[in-house]
Design a protein around this ligand. Structure first.
Ligand code: 5AD
Ligand code: SF4
Length: 399
């Protein structure tokens, strides 16, 4: 006779989690953090939204378009009807959570715009997700509550993440890991929402970074990407270049790189380290954003066109066969055809291996929000297309 409560039936009762990730590598890593924390609590991770008890959207706010995508996806997923293992609400739908940059950007306003969302958690509060889910599962017990009553929980006040979250050992890839070395950004580029949703720059202790890498190596991982929104501004008791040297010296590590660098924190010393450290990939992602000094100033980038071009020249000289990629925004407030031409010429001269081109999108809280978004949509589109075409040709020739 089959017995109740054997291991296979308790296996079935494990709550099942599905996470959809939008945005940059930082969010990819945050998704791993959440999965790692919940796995520790006995949750099962699925790739099938239809079988999930809990659905989490890890969101991006970098451009309006990124947010629009999330709003429309939530609507779709909220219609799912799941056989419940955590709780059985009146309508048997999954618990839905929204985390990441949009959580921080809209906070509890999210509940008005997307009523099916049950919890909202900001970037510095993700360690609270296991306890939030427990509270939701308990508070949602059926029959004790009015069917229209819904518990909503939001946590968006944290300032610094606890170090432990990076040591769950959960990575999506078998042989590669993203390792956060710093969080947030204090540059306040006038178009950018990051400082408002991710907070000011926090550097992790270098010993913790090395420890995380060593732990991952023990688990069979040998390739690493060091992550930071302004990665080369890293500074703790060691500098960024010193950190690269320490990482290069870790036994069992085969290859590593870092992303994303800011030109103002980039130096000849960094290029020399890139050339000398044998495990460091000869790859630099160095967003220029614009080739016009007027626009760079309005963007609050802290460097000139000349400064950027000198960096490129030094990079080419010092880092043999180094790859170089960039980001560009077209249609920033007051960008004229002449400003655009300067960006076009810079792209032509710099010989990037790849360039990611974006149309300017007004973001709340930012300084540029108060500037006129005066480049017509058709002009943004034309400029976008022109640089894309140019870069495509350059990339093709480089292959
Ligand atoms: N509008 C358009 N593009 C933006 N980026 C950041 N903020 C905006 C914005 N408001 C681009 C920048 C950055 C990349 C990640 O996204 O080029 O480097
Ligand atoms: Fe998007 Fe920026 Fe947030 Fe990354 S840090 S998810 S790019 S808004």
């Amino acid at each position: 006779m089959p017995t109740r409560g054997n291991s296979s039936s308790s296996e079935k009762k494990k709550p099942v989690l599905y996470i959809r990730t939008f945005g940059c590598q930082m969010n990819v890593r945050d998704t791993e953090v959440v999965c790692g924390l919940l796995k520790r609590q006995g949750y099962k991770i699925t790739e099938e939204a239809g079988e999930a008890d809990i659905i989490i959207f890890n969101t991006c706010s970098v451009r309006q378009h990124a947010e629009d995508k999330v709003w429309s996806e939530i609507g779709k997923y909220a219609k799912l009807r799941t056989p419940y293992s955590v709780r059985r609400t009146h309508n048997q739908r999954p618990i839905i959570g929204l985390i990441g940059c949009m959580a921080q950007n809209y906070k509890e306003q999210i509940f008005q715009r997307a009523p099916s969302v049950d919890f909202v958690v900001g970037s510095s509060d993700i360690h609270k997700i296991p306890s939030i889910l427990k509270r939701l599962a308990i508070d949602h017990r059926p029959s004790t509550i009015d069917p229209l009553f819904q518990v909503k929980i939001w946590e968006t006040d944290g300032s610094k993440r606890p170090e432990e979250i990076y040591h769950t050992g959960y990575y999506q890839d078998k042989d590669h890991a993203y390792v956060v070395i710093s969080e947030g950004c204090s540059n306040y580029c006038s178009y950018c929402l990051v400082p408002y949703v991710r907070g000011d720059l926090h550097n992790r202790d270098y010993k913790e970074i090395l420890k995380e890498i060593e732990e991952a190596i023990d688990n069979g991982i040998n390739k690493f990407t060091l992550l930071g929104q302004n990665v080369n501004a890293y500074q703790s008791t060691v500098s960024f270049v010193q950190l690269l040297k320490l990482v290069n010296g870790i036994k069992g590590l085969e290859e590593f790189s870092f992303i994303t660098s800011h030109p103002k924190d980039t130096s000849v010393e960094l290029f020399q380290a890139m050339q000398d450290l044998e495990k460091l990939k000869k790859y630099l992602h160095l967003p220029v954003q614009s080739g016009s000094d007027k626009i760079l100033k309005l963007m609050n980038r802290g460097y000139s066109r000349r400064f950027y071009l000198d960096l490129v020249q030094n990079y080419r000289k010092i880092v043999k066969e180094g790859l170089l990629t960039t980001d560009i925004i077209v249609g920033f407030p007051t960008e004229t055809d002449k400003d655009f031409q300067e960006t076009y010429d810079l792209v032509k001269g710099a010989g990037f291996n790849a360039a990611y081109i974006f149309k300017y999108s007004v973001r709340p809280h930012t300084a540029a929000e108060n500037m006129p978004d005066d480049v017509a949509k058709v002009d943004k589109e034309r400029r976008h297309k022109e640089i894309l075409g140019l870069q495509k040709e350059i990339s093709r020739k480089k292959r």
